[in-house]
Design a protein around this ligand. Sequence first.
Ligand code: PMP
Length: 356
Amino acid sequence: MNLEDLPIRDDLRGRKPYGAPQLEVPVQLNTNENPYPPSKALVDDLAEEIRRDAAGLNRYPDRDALALRADLAGYLGHGLTTEQLWAANGSNEVLQQILQAFGGHGRTALGFEPSYSMHPIITTGTNTEWVSGAREDDFSLDADKAVAAVEEHRPDIVFLTSPNNPTGTALPLETISRVVEAAPGMVVVDEAYAEFARSGTPSALTLLPAHPRLIVTRTMSKAFAMAGTRLGYLAAHPAVVEAMLLVRLPYHLSTVTQATARVALRHRAELLGTVDALRQERDDTVAWLRALGLTVADSDANFVLFGRFENRRTIWEGLLERGVLIREVGPPEWLRVSIGTGEEMSAFRAALEGVL
Ligand code: PMP
């Protein structure tokens, strides 16, 4: 028997699972992780914490993750409180819960592409209709056109990704407020890469007090260097968090996940201490690629989209042959490289010179 013989949902027939290739390659620059592993001090603190919690693993975790949510509120600042924070297994799960609560059959979600491809997947996976809006040639978002798209489609949910994946483009607050003011429903600003933004790029968190239908999502997978922990979160009006409680599975966040995330937040000075170096490495990478004569999108994230290649597959394969894994993603003529350590970026530069 194979998959097609099962009575699977019609809309899932013929689909391929989402995901970048997980290959054992010396230089992995394909999933926008932070390349710096935790220090021994952090690992020891974490191991000790988990050892203590292990004695109570016969019991379910704190279903509402109150201590963790309080810590996340403290980390974000902006006067946010526990009641305004919600957490789940990666921001992907947070996004899915948002769609479960505010999307569904007969409802629509609008996003501006190219953007994070899980947005349409989570949208259609919850039986919500996906409407694709456009970005400009430089991947920025024209506020007038975005507002016009919102007015035309009247979506139940709007996705704004800032900084955007895979382009690295950050949105001005003005654009976000105009979309929120025009939107008849919820607006999700996916800020997975917020900590990498160039200075002077404010977070949509500052708009929360004025906009009860705005949701800002974040993750510990990127700047926080905790991708393996699977911890994403949102900040919003307390009523939005009440909506999340209606759709979350009971005990969705394990005791181990909650404890790990809290230890990571305690060690945030160390974990976020690599962000400045990664930003510098990103800016150097952009400059280096431009000096090669390539087209490079401005980036406020920990990755860079560059092109344009008539056949990006040959470039991607050439790099892979040289031990460097990047991502074939975004518009057809572009490739995306995540920012690694200085050593990894040297390897990337050497490999790309070899391929070109
Ligand atoms: N949003 C964006 C824009 C992303 O790029 C990613 C990860 N690639 C996520 C959300 C999800 O990350 P996670 O589930 O690890 O928090």
